[in-house]
Ligand binder design. Structure first.
Ligand code: XBP
Ligand code: MG
Length: 253
């Protein structure tokens, strides 16, 4: 088995719990600004998360949930304009510091850097959302810690397609056997497994009931030395928080 060299992180739900109090709130702000009486509740948003990509999510809502909504322009154009404003509001939320990193994420990233591991991001979200999240939580210089930030429309097919992971590995000139993927959702693990990547899952409120068959391990969080994770599926052996030693063991297991 090859040595672990690369950690590839998903963003939404993995690096930070962004959906319920971040993206969902920004969508509703954009709807209100556009004079639409739409309001995506926590529950409805959980249903709409079945599709990845904010523009695609707006389209799903119009086509599946608003059967008789009259549009005087092409749905693709309508969704793109609304999504642009949603991203504006989401970036404001990020800049306000409203969205922290999940437990253990900052420590793990620093430990990975100290251990000389290469870092990448593979996400469906808009690229600016990634750089703003990293700047707001780890400082502007952290953007350069990630050799590749594969995000949003850079690939033709979003998760659950493997494209975003394959693109990131291609850019880094690495094969799946030296990598580990970090995900949080069914769409995410479908994508990483389809790219032949061993995957570590941390669940969140929206994804705790997803089917994570094929995951190397399913946890409630990465944990910290003084606040252990909970193992939901798989075997963490003697470890009770995610660190590089554990990832190296997981990689060869
Ligand atoms: C999650 C997504 C994204 C976000 C919203 O991405 O599916 O679409 O929900 O961001 P991942 P945008 O888990 O792959 O990080 O509105 O910018 O798409
Ligand atoms: Mg995710």
């Amino acid at each position: 088995m090859s040595k672990l060299e690369v950690l590839i992180f998903d963003v939404d739900g993995t690096l930070a719990d962004t959906e319920r109090d971040g993206h969902r709130v920004a969508f509703n702000q954009a709807f209100a600004e556009a004079g639409l009486d739409w309001n995506w509740s926590v529950e409805l948003y959980g249903e709409l998360l079945q599709v990845t990509g904010g523009k695609e999510r707006i389209r799903l809502y119009v086509e599946e949930f608003l059967k008789d909504f009259e549009l005087d322009e092409e749905i693709t154009e309508f969704a793109a304009k609304l999504h642009k404003r949603k991203t504006h509001f989401y970036l404001e939320l990020l800049q306000s510091g409203a969205i922290p990193l999940r437990p253990g994420v900052e420590r793990l990233i620093q430990e990975a850097r100290d251990a000389g591991l290469r870092l990448a991001i593979s996400t469906t979200t808009t690229p600016a959302n990634v750089t703003y999240l990293l700047s707001a939580t780890l400082g502007k210089e952290s953007i350069d810690w990630f050799e590749v930030i594969a995000a949003g429309d850079i690939v033709p097919a979003k998760k659950p397609a493997p494209d975003i992971y394959n693109w990131a590995m291609q850019q880094m000139n690495v094969s799946p056997d030296v990598c580990l993927a970090f995900e949080d959702s069914l769409n995410g693990i479908k994508s990483s497994l389809a790219a032949d990547l061993k995957t570590l899952i941390t669940v969140n409120g929206y994804t705790q009931d997803d089917d994570f068959s094929g995951a190397a391990l399913v946890l409630d969080q990465y944990g910290e030395p003084d606040s252990p994770f909970k193992v939901l599926e798989g075997d963490s052996t003697h470890h009770n928080f995610v660190d590089i030693a554990m990832l190296q063991e997981l990689h060869v297991s």
